[in-house]
Design a protein around this ligand. Structure first.
Ligand code: ZN
Length: 356
């Protein structure tokens, strides 16, 4: 069911000129080796041998919220995700400073912040230093064992914890050499994962969950560097890494958050998207839009290329604050963070129920 997606798909959905520019510049339309292969799945995952849910796509989200009148135990557990807690995690990261290679002290403090919060909540946590493209980076890999051990499977959530060193999309040319604050782009994904960990520790899921924090996602097009350096380092260092499914959480706090079905995810891991969108319906999370999105280069691609069904949950069209000095906490919404976090928890709590 994995089929080849043209790398630089023209036309219909590519109304945003920038994404085409990104696509051309990063993937190079003449270099298709960066795209997930035609048959990227080395092993079937819990989601990979089922057809996408056509019925789900035929109905608007609101009409499918069957549990609205009688929330299930799982739905109630997922609702313990606090958007305000997540917003506080964003504010704390911004206060520590830009998480760029030019701000090593802020990066060291941010790693400490992530580790300090996760140590009491997780079964295992480890820093993974790496060197790629001449950069010294650090990924963080935390795991929360499920109540059934690995009997109910394993999922992963990932986010990049670095921030873009230059606000190269800022309308003010004088700002373009300054670092973005990364409330949304970097901070929001980390914040959601930290708050998810708190809820999972209180209300354990049957499935085990990996929480992955990637360095150097956002160095793309700077001195010829690619995006997703840390995520590629993770996949390269763990060639046998496998999960049933996963999601990258990126730019999910904006006041006008809108998450469509990102293009590569939709073509290579549609069943994971279906499961997440079903969770969104149960949680009345209307920021998840049941519409196809453009293909976006992000930290899910190294996983898809390795045959691991990881999707990208990302705001698109990108908010106006993207890669500008306006990527600030003031533009973040606790309510939207809560929609994302509750949907992810619902997805995790329901995963153990899937027939394996
Ligand atoms: Zn970015």
């Amino acid at each position: 069911m994995a089929r080849r997606q043209p790398i630089c798909r023209p036309a219909t959905q590519l109304s945003h000129a920038l994404i085409m520019t990104l696509c051309l510049a990063l993937l190079g339309c003449a270099e298709p080796q960066n795209a997930p292969s035609a048959s990227p799945y080395k092993e079937p995952s819990a989601y990979s041998n089922k057809e996408p849910s056509a019925a789900f796509n035929e109905k608007p989200l609101a009409s499918r919220n069957n549990e609205a009148s009688a929330p299930s135990h799982k739905a109630l557990a997922a609702a313990q995700f606090s958007g305000r807690n997540a917003l506080r995690h964003i504010a704390a990261q911004v206060t520590l400073g830009p998480r760029s290679p030019y701000h090593p002290r802020a990066k060291a403090r941010t790693l400490d912040y992530i580790e300090t919060h996760l140590k009491p909540l997780t079964t295992r946590i480890a820093r993974q230093p790496f060197v790629r493209h001449g950069l010294n980076g650090t990924n963080v890999w935390a795991s929360i064992d499920g109540s059934d051990g690995d009997g109910a499977g394993r999922l992963m959530l990932g986010a990049h914890w670095d921030t873009r060193p230059f606000a190269d999309r800022d309308a003010n040319i004088d700002h373009r050499q300054r670092p973005v604050l990364g409330a949304n782009d970097g901070g929001s994904g980390v914040a959601v994962l930290l708050e998810v960990a708190r809820v999972l520790q209180k209300q354990p899921a049957r499935s085990s969950v990996d929480l992955l924090f990637f360095d150097f996602e956002d160095m793309g097009q700077i001195d010829g560097l690619p995006f997703s350096i840390g995520a590629r380092a993770f996949v390269a260092a763990q060639p046998d890494y496998r999960v049933d499914g996963g999601a990258i959480i990126d730019m999910v706090c904006d006041q006008r958050l809108r998450i469509p079905r990102e293009g590569y995810s939709n073509s290579h891991a549609p069943n994971v998207l279906d499961a997440i969108w079903q969770s969104a319906a149960r949680q009345s999370a209307t920021v998840f839009v049941d519409a196809p999105g453009v293909p976006i280069v992000d930290d899910h691609l190294p996983f898809l290329e390795a045959g691991i069904a990881v999707v990208d949950l990302i705001h698109y069209p990108f908010p106006s604050s993207w890669h500008t000095l306006n990527d600030r906490v003031e533009n973040c919404s606790a309510a939207n963070l809560a929609q994302v976090g509750r949907t992810l928890l619902d997805f995790i709590y329901h995963h153990g129920a899937i027939e394996r």
